[in-house]
Design a protein around this ligand. Sequence first.
Ligand SMILES: C[S@@+](CC[C@H](N)C(=O)[O-])C[C@H]1O[C@@H](n2cnc3c(N)ncnc32)[C@H](O)[C@@H]1O
Length: 210
Amino acid sequence: MTIDEYVKKHIDEEPALLKQLKRDTHVKLLHPRMVSGHLQGRLLKMLVQMICPLNVLELGTYTGYSALCMAEGLEQAGAMIHTVEIDDEMGDFIRNYFEKSEYGDRIRLYIGDATEVIPSFDDAFFDLVFIDADKRRYWDYFESVLPKLRKGGFVIADNTLWSEKILEQPASNDWQTKGVLEFNEKLKDDDRVEKVILPIRDGLTLIRKK
Ligand SMILES: C[S@@+](CC[C@H](N)C(=O)[O-])C[C@H]1O[C@@H](n2cnc3c(N)ncnc32)[C@H](O)[C@@H]1O
């Protein structure tokens, strides 16, 4: 047994609907590895329970797995996940699962480019932002969501260890690795926030706005 298998055997089980969503993603879609999955999904739910947010923003819905996990963790009356997906062909797949879920009414889906949707929210509206969209634009996302985050609010950025590619010199045309490197380097020196990297799955950076 691997450590990964051991961990998954000793944490809360993955809900049946999410197992089905993951299988469906593997059968029907390209890049199924983008789904957060069992461990990260349970962690996202628990982080939401710890932060107790009223408004959460997710950049990069894909099939809705992480949005459903975060919605499961919402405890305040009227709390909402606002999730943005650029690929309009994903709309039907995502809505189908949100409708099947008992937590679907806590999620609002925006089909569009995150950089165009973010300015439509008021400043300090969000308590938590999950960044999981285009790696090349991570720093732009961060700069544009920071004013929308309340003081003391959190950002969680996914894939910040990027299959360990961040340890090597990226190829000149590897814009995704360059984007993650830029994000990690700029964040390290950013005094507006506190930050810690959790080396689970593909790396999750937890950031707190001072
Ligand atoms: C890694 S997947 C998200 C996985 C999902 N959060 C989960 O954990 O299950 C990244 C998604 O971001 C979307 N995306 C890329 N650029 C985007 C943008 N500028 N605005 C909104 N979504 C974007 C992609 O189409 C893709 O579906």
